[in-house]
Design a protein around this ligand. Structure first.
Ligand code: GLP
Length: 240
């Protein structure tokens, strides 16, 4: 794994350039996308680059990592809403080519077919990841099998607490989600992970210096042949 250190501004710009390069080299590529606060500046950079005519997403397909069970795509905390609001509504992508797991209706059938859909699209060329303070990636919490595909997951208590900052009340945070599995994520050809802030320092230490164990879901990335970790000084502080 490569490590790149810089402030949020800098690492977000560098990751955005990776995306722009990927799309310009292969205009019909498949992108794996994440939600959360961490990738927000990356998406803002991509919106600007598209407006500036530096990149076009018109033939790109996207697959998102996860979705809360129980939230409609129109709910302002659903990941479908997040993606439309922060990226898809502002770039020239065809919404039909954007895939986000369903949180309502027949979400199980859609989840069970998700890895097939990714495969049929040719596999993910470039995947962006955030990381949870407990080392989760997507919604793969500690204890998730390394060979997992897309599945239903229970959120860890610490994740519910972390994510409650975005809801009116902690009781509104869904306790379950549908998520790409660790194997689904590892199938991506290239991975970039972004982490900033002190509350990610333990997870980044475990990712970079800890043993590979299912108790630390992100540690599976140690086995990926093309994975770069972008961190700020605070997130890197324990792993230095
Ligand atoms: C959620 C998402 C993850 C994300 C994590 C970190 O739990 N399912 O994909 O990486 O939050 O979020 P943030 O970037 O806001 O710290």
């Amino acid at each position: 794994m490569k490590v790149v250190i810089g402030n949020n501004e800098k690492i977000s710009a560098l990751i955005a350039e990776e995306f722009i390069k990927q799309v310009n080299e292969k205009p019909n590529c498949v992108l794996g996308l994440a939600t959360g606060t961490s990738p927000l500046k990356v998406y803002a950079n991509l919106v600007q680059a598209c407006k500036d005519g530096r990149v076009s997403f018109k033939d790109v397909k996207t697959f998102n990592l996860d979705e809360y069970i129980g939230l409609e795509g129109t709910h302002n905390q659903s990941y479908r809403y997040f993606m439309n609001d922060n990226l898809f509504n502002h770039i020239d992508i065809n919404k039909e080519n954007t895939h986000v797991l369903l949180g309502v209706g027949d979400y199980l059938a859609y989840a069970n077919n998700y890895d097939n859909l990714i495969k049929q699209a040719g596999g993910i060329d470039l995947q962006i990841l955030g990381i949870g303070s407990d080392g989760h990636i997507a919604f793969n919490e500690p204890g998730t099998p390394f060979d997992s595909l897309t599945h239903v997951a229970e959120l860890a208590e610490s994740t519910i607490v972390d994510n409650s900052r975005l809801f009116n009340d902690i009781s509104e945070v869904p306790t379950k989600a549908v998520t790409m599995g660790l194997r689904s994520i590892m199938n991506a050809k290239k991975i970039v992970l972004i982490a900033t802030g002190k509350n990610k320092a333990r997870a980044i230490f475990n990712l970079l210096k800890g043993p590979k164990t299912e108790e630390v879901p992100c540690s599976i990335l140690q086995d990926h042949p093309d994975c770069t970790i972008y961190v700020d000084e605070d997130a890197y502080s324990l792993a230095k």
